[in-house]
Design a protein around this ligand. Structure first.
Ligand SMILES: Nc1ncnc2c1ncn2[C@@H]1O[C@H](COP(=O)(O)OP(=O)(O)OP(=O)(O)O)[C@@H](O)[C@H]1O
Ligand SMILES: [Mg+2]
Length: 304
Protein backbone atom coordinates (compact mmCIF):
# COMPACT_ATOMS: atom_id res chain seq x y z
CA UNK A 1 0.00 0.00 0.00
CA UNK A 2 1.40 3.37 -1.00
CA UNK A 3 -0.15 5.55 1.78
CA UNK A 4 1.86 5.68 4.98
CA UNK A 5 0.62 6.37 8.48
CA UNK A 6 0.35 10.08 9.35
CA UNK A 7 2.99 11.54 11.60
CA UNK A 8 1.76 12.07 15.14
CA UNK A 9 0.62 15.69 15.65
CA UNK A 10 2.73 17.92 17.75
CA UNK A 11 0.93 17.92 21.11
CA UNK A 12 3.39 19.70 23.32
CA UNK A 13 2.93 23.07 21.66
CA UNK A 14 0.11 24.95 19.97
CA UNK A 15 -2.13 26.39 22.67
CA UNK A 16 -5.25 25.30 24.43
CA UNK A 17 -6.55 21.87 25.45
CA UNK A 18 -9.36 21.98 22.82
CA UNK A 19 -6.97 22.29 19.89
CA UNK A 20 -4.85 19.51 21.30
CA UNK A 21 -7.96 17.33 21.75
CA UNK A 22 -9.09 17.99 18.10
CA UNK A 23 -5.68 17.18 16.71
CA UNK A 24 -5.65 13.95 18.69
CA UNK A 25 -9.10 12.90 17.46
CA UNK A 26 -8.25 13.69 13.84
CA UNK A 27 -5.09 11.64 14.16
CA UNK A 28 -6.98 8.67 15.64
CA UNK A 29 -9.70 8.85 12.97
CA UNK A 30 -7.14 8.89 10.19
CA UNK A 31 -5.33 5.93 11.70
CA UNK A 32 -8.60 3.98 11.88
CA UNK A 33 -9.41 4.77 8.21
CA UNK A 34 -5.99 3.66 7.09
CA UNK A 35 -6.19 0.44 9.12
CA UNK A 36 -9.61 -0.39 7.65
CA UNK A 37 -8.36 0.31 4.12
CA UNK A 38 -5.34 -1.92 4.54
CA UNK A 39 -7.47 -4.68 6.10
CA UNK A 40 -9.83 -4.50 3.09
CA UNK A 41 -6.87 -4.67 0.72
CA UNK A 42 -5.38 -7.64 2.56
CA UNK A 43 -8.74 -9.44 2.47
CA UNK A 44 -9.13 -8.87 -1.29
CA UNK A 45 -5.63 -10.16 -1.91
CA UNK A 46 -6.30 -13.23 0.23
CA UNK A 47 -9.50 -13.99 -1.67
CA UNK A 48 -7.63 -13.69 -4.94
CA UNK A 49 -4.91 -16.03 -3.76
CA UNK A 50 -7.44 -18.55 -2.45
CA UNK A 51 -8.67 -18.99 -5.98
CA UNK A 52 -11.23 -16.28 -6.52
CA UNK A 53 -10.73 -16.24 -10.28
CA UNK A 54 -12.54 -12.95 -10.89
CA UNK A 55 -9.83 -10.35 -10.44
CA UNK A 56 -6.39 -11.75 -10.52
CA UNK A 57 -6.49 -15.01 -12.34
CA UNK A 58 -7.78 -13.61 -15.55
CA UNK A 59 -8.16 -16.96 -17.35
CA UNK A 60 -4.60 -17.99 -16.53
CA UNK A 61 -3.89 -21.65 -15.88
CA UNK A 62 -0.55 -20.86 -14.30
CA UNK A 63 0.14 -17.70 -12.33
CA UNK A 64 3.43 -17.19 -10.54
CA UNK A 65 3.54 -14.09 -8.36
CA UNK A 66 6.97 -12.85 -7.27
CA UNK A 67 8.29 -16.38 -6.75
CA UNK A 68 11.65 -16.88 -5.08
CA UNK A 69 13.46 -20.17 -4.47
CA UNK A 70 16.61 -20.29 -2.39
CA UNK A 71 18.38 -23.59 -1.83
CA UNK A 72 20.10 -23.92 1.53
CA UNK A 73 22.87 -26.47 1.88
CA UNK A 74 24.73 -26.07 5.16
CA UNK A 75 26.08 -22.52 5.28
CA UNK A 76 25.55 -21.97 1.57
CA UNK A 77 22.50 -20.24 0.11
CA UNK A 78 21.82 -20.44 -3.61
CA UNK A 79 19.14 -18.03 -4.84
CA UNK A 80 18.05 -20.10 -7.89
CA UNK A 81 14.87 -18.14 -8.68
CA UNK A 82 14.75 -14.48 -7.67
CA UNK A 83 11.35 -12.90 -8.11
CA UNK A 84 9.61 -14.49 -11.10
CA UNK A 85 6.10 -13.41 -12.06
CA UNK A 86 4.66 -15.33 -14.98
CA UNK A 87 1.18 -15.91 -16.33
CA UNK A 88 0.43 -18.76 -18.75
CA UNK A 89 -3.02 -19.12 -20.22
CA UNK A 90 -4.80 -22.39 -20.86
CA UNK A 91 -3.82 -23.80 -24.26
CA UNK A 92 -0.49 -22.01 -24.61
CA UNK A 93 2.71 -23.74 -25.78
CA UNK A 94 5.62 -22.05 -24.02
CA UNK A 95 9.35 -22.72 -24.35
CA UNK A 96 11.46 -21.79 -21.34
CA UNK A 97 15.07 -21.02 -22.27
CA UNK A 98 18.27 -19.79 -20.66
CA UNK A 99 21.85 -20.76 -19.92
CA UNK A 100 22.76 -23.64 -17.64
CA UNK A 101 22.11 -22.69 -14.01
CA UNK A 102 19.66 -19.91 -14.87
CA UNK A 103 16.87 -21.55 -12.83
CA UNK A 104 14.75 -23.29 -15.48
CA UNK A 105 14.49 -26.69 -13.77
CA UNK A 106 13.95 -25.03 -10.40
CA UNK A 107 11.03 -23.11 -11.87
CA UNK A 108 9.68 -26.27 -13.55
CA UNK A 109 9.82 -28.14 -10.23
CA UNK A 110 7.67 -25.41 -8.69
CA UNK A 111 5.29 -25.39 -11.68
CA UNK A 112 5.00 -29.17 -11.39
CA UNK A 113 4.25 -29.05 -7.64
CA UNK A 114 7.41 -31.06 -7.01
CA UNK A 115 8.79 -28.25 -4.89
CA UNK A 116 7.46 -25.16 -3.13
CA UNK A 117 8.62 -21.57 -3.50
CA UNK A 118 10.62 -20.07 -0.63
CA UNK A 119 8.39 -17.00 -0.99
CA UNK A 120 5.77 -15.72 -3.40
CA UNK A 121 2.66 -17.45 -4.71
CA UNK A 122 1.80 -20.09 -7.26
CA UNK A 123 -1.82 -20.04 -8.37
CA UNK A 124 -2.61 -23.13 -10.47
CA UNK A 125 -6.00 -23.31 -12.17
CA UNK A 126 -7.39 -20.74 -9.76
CA UNK A 127 -6.10 -22.20 -6.48
CA UNK A 128 -3.09 -21.05 -4.50
CA UNK A 129 -0.92 -24.15 -4.14
CA UNK A 130 2.20 -22.49 -2.72
CA UNK A 131 1.55 -23.47 0.88
CA UNK A 132 0.09 -26.96 0.41
CA UNK A 133 1.62 -29.98 2.13
CA UNK A 134 3.27 -32.88 0.27
CA UNK A 135 0.16 -35.06 0.08
CA UNK A 136 -2.03 -32.35 -1.37
CA UNK A 137 0.68 -31.36 -3.85
CA UNK A 138 0.94 -35.02 -4.92
CA UNK A 139 -2.81 -35.12 -5.44
CA UNK A 140 -2.73 -32.01 -7.63
CA UNK A 141 0.22 -33.42 -9.58
CA UNK A 142 -1.68 -36.61 -10.33
CA UNK A 143 -4.80 -34.82 -11.45
CA UNK A 144 -3.47 -31.87 -13.39
CA UNK A 145 0.13 -32.36 -14.50
CA UNK A 146 2.01 -34.70 -16.82
CA UNK A 147 5.82 -34.82 -16.86
CA UNK A 148 8.27 -35.58 -19.64
CA UNK A 149 12.03 -35.69 -18.93
CA UNK A 150 15.21 -35.68 -20.98
CA UNK A 151 16.13 -39.22 -19.87
CA UNK A 152 12.59 -40.59 -20.36
CA UNK A 153 12.62 -42.04 -16.78
CA UNK A 154 10.88 -45.27 -17.76
CA UNK A 155 10.94 -48.39 -15.61
CA UNK A 156 13.45 -50.61 -17.45
CA UNK A 157 12.04 -54.10 -16.92
CA UNK A 158 8.49 -53.09 -17.58
CA UNK A 159 6.53 -53.03 -20.82
CA UNK A 160 5.50 -49.84 -22.60
CA UNK A 161 1.90 -50.55 -21.60
CA UNK A 162 2.74 -50.97 -17.90
CA UNK A 163 4.88 -47.83 -17.91
CA UNK A 164 1.94 -45.88 -19.30
CA UNK A 165 -0.52 -47.44 -16.85
CA UNK A 166 1.57 -46.48 -13.85
CA UNK A 167 0.04 -43.04 -13.00
CA UNK A 168 -3.46 -44.54 -13.29
CA UNK A 169 -2.66 -47.00 -10.53
CA UNK A 170 -2.11 -44.03 -8.16
CA UNK A 171 -5.13 -42.10 -9.40
CA UNK A 172 -8.52 -41.92 -7.75
CA UNK A 173 -10.16 -43.59 -10.73
CA UNK A 174 -10.55 -47.26 -9.92
CA UNK A 175 -10.31 -49.07 -13.20
CA UNK A 176 -10.37 -52.79 -13.81
CA UNK A 177 -7.30 -54.40 -15.38
CA UNK A 178 -9.12 -54.60 -18.70
CA UNK A 179 -10.00 -50.88 -18.53
CA UNK A 180 -6.41 -49.97 -17.60
CA UNK A 181 -5.09 -51.94 -20.52
CA UNK A 182 -7.60 -50.51 -22.94
CA UNK A 183 -6.84 -46.95 -21.89
CA UNK A 184 -3.06 -47.42 -22.00
CA UNK A 185 -3.21 -49.02 -25.44
CA UNK A 186 -5.37 -46.17 -26.73
CA UNK A 187 -2.87 -43.59 -25.47
CA UNK A 188 0.07 -45.56 -26.90
CA UNK A 189 -1.68 -45.66 -30.27
CA UNK A 190 -2.24 -41.89 -30.10
CA UNK A 191 1.54 -41.34 -29.81
CA UNK A 192 2.24 -43.71 -32.71
CA UNK A 193 3.16 -46.82 -30.73
CA UNK A 194 0.32 -49.12 -31.63
CA UNK A 195 1.76 -52.66 -31.79
CA UNK A 196 4.65 -51.89 -29.39
CA UNK A 197 2.67 -52.25 -26.17
CA UNK A 198 4.62 -55.27 -24.92
CA UNK A 199 8.09 -53.94 -25.75
CA UNK A 200 10.43 -53.07 -22.88
CA UNK A 201 12.37 -49.75 -23.04
CA UNK A 202 15.59 -51.54 -24.14
CA UNK A 203 13.69 -52.84 -27.18
CA UNK A 204 12.67 -49.32 -28.24
CA UNK A 205 14.58 -46.45 -29.87
CA UNK A 206 15.16 -43.19 -27.97
CA UNK A 207 12.31 -41.49 -29.82
CA UNK A 208 9.97 -44.41 -29.10
CA UNK A 209 10.94 -44.35 -25.41
CA UNK A 210 10.14 -40.66 -25.31
CA UNK A 211 6.75 -41.42 -26.88
CA UNK A 212 6.08 -43.94 -24.10
CA UNK A 213 7.01 -41.21 -21.59
CA UNK A 214 4.60 -38.81 -23.32
CA UNK A 215 1.92 -41.51 -23.17
CA UNK A 216 2.56 -41.86 -19.43
CA UNK A 217 2.26 -38.07 -19.07
CA UNK A 218 -1.08 -38.11 -20.89
CA UNK A 219 -2.80 -41.06 -19.26
CA UNK A 220 -4.43 -38.98 -16.50
CA UNK A 221 -5.64 -36.37 -19.01
CA UNK A 222 -3.61 -33.53 -17.52
CA UNK A 223 -4.28 -29.82 -17.89
CA UNK A 224 -0.62 -29.15 -18.48
CA UNK A 225 2.38 -31.12 -19.72
CA UNK A 226 5.76 -30.04 -18.34
CA UNK A 227 8.74 -31.17 -20.36
CA UNK A 228 12.34 -30.59 -19.24
CA UNK A 229 14.59 -30.83 -22.32
CA UNK A 230 12.45 -33.55 -23.96
CA UNK A 231 14.64 -33.63 -27.09
CA UNK A 232 17.99 -33.37 -25.25
CA UNK A 233 18.89 -37.00 -26.04
CA UNK A 234 17.34 -37.26 -29.48
CA UNK A 235 18.61 -36.74 -33.04
CA UNK A 236 17.17 -33.94 -35.13
CA UNK A 237 14.53 -35.92 -37.03
CA UNK A 238 13.27 -37.64 -33.87
CA UNK A 239 13.20 -34.25 -32.15
CA UNK A 240 10.89 -32.91 -34.86
CA UNK A 241 8.64 -35.96 -34.42
CA UNK A 242 8.39 -35.28 -30.69
CA UNK A 243 7.63 -31.61 -31.43
CA UNK A 244 4.95 -32.85 -33.83
CA UNK A 245 3.32 -34.79 -30.98
CA UNK A 246 3.50 -31.73 -28.70
CA UNK A 247 1.93 -29.53 -31.36
CA UNK A 248 -0.91 -32.06 -31.84
CA UNK A 249 -1.51 -32.19 -28.09
CA UNK A 250 -1.48 -28.42 -27.97
CA UNK A 251 -4.07 -28.25 -30.77
CA UNK A 252 -6.24 -30.49 -28.56
CA UNK A 253 -6.05 -27.75 -25.91
CA UNK A 254 -3.34 -29.16 -23.63
CA UNK A 255 -1.05 -26.49 -22.21
CA UNK A 256 2.63 -27.27 -22.76
CA UNK A 257 5.59 -25.77 -20.92
CA UNK A 258 8.91 -27.03 -22.24
CA UNK A 259 12.49 -26.29 -21.23
CA UNK A 260 14.98 -26.31 -24.08
CA UNK A 261 18.49 -25.06 -24.80
CA UNK A 262 17.94 -25.10 -28.53
CA UNK A 263 16.54 -22.14 -30.42
CA UNK A 264 15.20 -24.29 -33.28
CA UNK A 265 13.26 -26.44 -30.78
CA UNK A 266 11.89 -23.34 -29.02
CA UNK A 267 10.65 -22.20 -32.45
CA UNK A 268 7.92 -24.92 -32.33
CA UNK A 269 6.35 -23.16 -29.33
CA UNK A 270 4.05 -20.13 -29.55
CA UNK A 271 5.87 -18.20 -26.86
CA UNK A 272 9.48 -18.04 -25.68
CA UNK A 273 10.43 -17.07 -22.12
CA UNK A 274 14.12 -16.43 -21.49
CA UNK A 275 15.68 -16.72 -18.01
CA UNK A 276 18.99 -15.46 -16.71
CA UNK A 277 20.34 -15.69 -13.16
CA UNK A 278 16.95 -16.64 -11.72
CA UNK A 279 14.90 -13.89 -13.35
CA UNK A 280 12.93 -13.57 -16.59
CA UNK A 281 14.94 -11.57 -19.06
CA UNK A 282 12.62 -11.71 -22.05
CA UNK A 283 9.13 -13.01 -22.85
CA UNK A 284 7.79 -12.83 -26.39
CA UNK A 285 5.36 -14.49 -28.78
CA UNK A 286 6.92 -16.40 -31.68
CA UNK A 287 5.61 -14.62 -34.77
CA UNK A 288 5.76 -17.65 -37.10
CA UNK A 289 6.37 -20.84 -35.22
CA UNK A 290 7.75 -23.94 -36.96
CA UNK A 291 5.24 -26.58 -38.05
CA UNK A 292 6.60 -30.06 -37.31
CA UNK A 293 4.03 -31.97 -39.41
CA UNK A 294 4.81 -30.07 -42.61
CA UNK A 295 8.57 -30.30 -42.01
CA UNK A 296 8.33 -34.07 -41.59
CA UNK A 297 6.25 -34.33 -44.73
CA UNK A 298 8.87 -32.39 -46.69
CA UNK A 299 11.64 -34.66 -45.42
CA UNK A 300 9.96 -38.02 -45.98
CA UNK A 301 6.63 -37.57 -47.74
CA UNK A 302 6.27 -41.32 -48.28
CA UNK A 303 6.36 -42.16 -44.55
CA UNK A 304 3.27 -40.13 -43.73
N1 LIG B 1 18.89 -29.10 -4.94
C1 LIG B 1 19.70 -28.05 -5.07
N2 LIG B 1 20.48 -27.64 -4.04
C2 LIG B 1 21.31 -26.59 -4.15
N3 LIG B 1 21.42 -25.84 -5.27
C3 LIG B 1 20.70 -26.20 -6.33
C4 LIG B 1 19.81 -27.33 -6.31
N4 LIG B 1 19.21 -27.44 -7.51
C5 LIG B 1 19.69 -26.45 -8.27
N5 LIG B 1 20.59 -25.70 -7.58
C6 LIG B 1 21.29 -24.50 -8.06
O1 LIG B 1 20.31 -23.57 -8.47
C7 LIG B 1 20.72 -22.91 -9.66
C8 LIG B 1 19.68 -23.13 -10.75
O2 LIG B 1 19.68 -24.50 -11.09
P1 LIG B 1 18.70 -25.15 -12.16
O3 LIG B 1 18.88 -26.63 -12.12
O4 LIG B 1 17.33 -24.63 -11.92
O5 LIG B 1 19.24 -24.53 -13.52
P2 LIG B 1 18.86 -24.88 -15.03
O6 LIG B 1 18.54 -23.57 -15.70
O7 LIG B 1 17.83 -25.93 -15.09
O8 LIG B 1 20.24 -25.43 -15.61
P3 LIG B 1 20.51 -26.56 -16.74
O9 LIG B 1 20.23 -25.89 -18.06
O10 LIG B 1 21.94 -26.89 -16.56
O11 LIG B 1 19.61 -27.73 -16.49
C9 LIG B 1 22.10 -23.45 -9.99
O12 LIG B 1 23.05 -22.55 -9.47
C10 LIG B 1 22.15 -24.77 -9.27
O13 LIG B 1 23.47 -25.10 -8.92
MG1 LIG C 1 17.78 -27.93 -15.81
Amino acid sequence: MAASLPAAPELREGGCEVRRWDACNAYKARLTRLRKASARQAETRLQQLRGDKIDMNNGALVNLIDVHKTYRTGEMEVPAVRGVSLEIKRGEFVALMGASGSGKSTLMNILGCLDRPTSGHYVLDGADVSGLDRDRLADIRNRKIGFVFQNFNLLPRTSARENVELPLIYSVQHLTNAQLREKADRVLASVGLGGREDHHPSQLSGGQQQRVAIGRALINEPEVVLADEPTGNLDSRTSIEIMGIFQQLNERGITIIMVTHEQDIAAYAQRNVMMRDGVILDDHLVSQHSDAASQLQQRHPSTL
